[in-house]
Design a protein around this ligand. Structure first.
Ligand SMILES: [Zn+2]
Length: 149
């Protein structure tokens, strides 16, 4: 069975003119990327039918992928939104940060980063967490964060 991640296609090509690299080939749009992924997956299928196993990290797969489709990389490498966010920011979970909301400044710690950062701010009005303290949870756009010491 061939499965294709819808998210990985939808999360790329959001910016017009911005390309993504799939199987080592630059793709202009989602259809282009879908074709590269299909080529890769079809080769898996063919190799499996011929040899009873298929590994795209192995050289047999890679030379066939290059000969047939011009693929130069075997990772199904399209970036996810999260990996793009992380590539463009120094902020990481565990960092202490400051941000301003409705003219009030809060200090807390980044708990997770997805498209926004989840920041936990210690507060008596917050939810109890496993460390015994109470925290309010904020979803803060990354560009609004400031590093604190
Ligand atoms: Zn593969």
């Amino acid at each position: 069975m061939i499965e294709i991640s819808r998210n990985i296609l939808l999360q790329n090509f959001c910016i017009p003119g911005k390309t993504a690299t799939v199987t080592g080939r630059v793709c202009e749009d989602r259809l282009d990327a879908l074709m590269r992924i299909m080529e890769h997956e079809l080769l898996h299928l063919a190799e499996y039918l011929a040899f009873g196993q298929s590994r795209c990290s192995a050289s047999r797969f890679q030379s066939a992928a290059y000969a047939l489709f011009g693929h130069t990389a075997h990772q199904h490498a399209m970036t996810t939104r999260r990996s793009r966010v992380l590539a463009n920011t120094p902020f990481r979970p565990g960092h202490r940060v400051r941000f301003t909301l409705n003219n009030q400044t809060f200090q807390g710690m980044i708990n997770r980063i997805h498209t926004r950062a989840t920041v936990l701010v210690e507060s008596s009005q917050g939810q109890p967490y496993t460390d015994g303290k109470k925290y309010l949870k904020f979803y803060v756009p990354i560009h609004r964060l400031q590093m604190t010491k």
